[in-house]
Write a protein that binds this ligand. Sequence first.
Ligand code: DP6
Length: 324
Amino acid sequence: MEATAKANTNIALIKYWGKRDEQLFLPMNSSLSITLDQLSTTTTVRWNLDLEKDVFWLNGQLEGEEEANKISRFLDKVRMQMEEKWYATVESVNQVPTSAGFASSASGFAALAAAATKAAGLALNHQQLSILARQGSGSACRSIYGGFVEWRKGERLDGSDSYAIPILQPHEWDLSILSVLVESKKKKVLSREGMKRTVETSPFYSGWLEAVPIDMQLAKEAIHHRDFEKLGRVTESNAMKMHATTLGANPPFMYWQSATFDVMEQVLELRKKGIQAYFTIDAGPNVKVLCEPHDQKKVCEVLKSLPLVKDVFICHPGSGITYL
Ligand code: DP6
């Protein structure tokens, strides 16, 4: 009744932004990401007859009730499929190079879904695992697979057609994804809350929903033809559109800080000098910069030299879940 699984985080090129069902984590739009080869979570789950509640350890520390409850609610979905309704000890370790600025719910729930079901003796295929991981955190459904991954939003009310599918294996197109750490404090507006407020109040949200299918098509064409410039342009413009919706929300909010702007401006400068680099930003101030491997050293050097940049981690497309 014990299993260990490892999952990498992923970075969305076409963002998941907004839910149509908050309980089932069903998205308003499809999204597309690259699973990275770093910034992972390794989780061991031990189902135990003698436990009276679930116990959650994160990075060697026993977590309090709030965090443990999140894990318990997720494990309830696994327990529904188990004959014996046992509780579990969950031990997770986030493999983040230094500070905690990139700790991600995507790698966390993907690893938890894989370890919990394997430890329970449930033989879920990747599609079923993706559906399960989605119900811990939407973006986690994409981390089940490696490389370039699409999460099709699906149409059904029960979410049975809302899961990720792999579109390119990691070795089929090597890109450099530089994770630029500008801030390691916890986010002020969590993505969950931010997307909810945006869907409910932002007049720009309808424009977002109109734009995503067009961006998705462009991104898929770019991936198919390995057209880096085309992929970079649509990635950057999709991130800008997502962030524009937050400015129209009530109350309005933005995830960027001055250091975020510094990185964005530097990326534009690099392009003026003929180096193909593009940025994307999730629900926080850190920036991910995409470039081709032959430019990675130069781009990294330039970004590291910015005074407000704390660190830069070089990532590449990586694998999906693995069992240890
Ligand atoms: C901006 O997957 O963290 O990173 O489903 O509420 O847990 P929940 O949200 P989460 O949102 C990710 C939002 C994003 C874009 C993306 O990863 O697609």
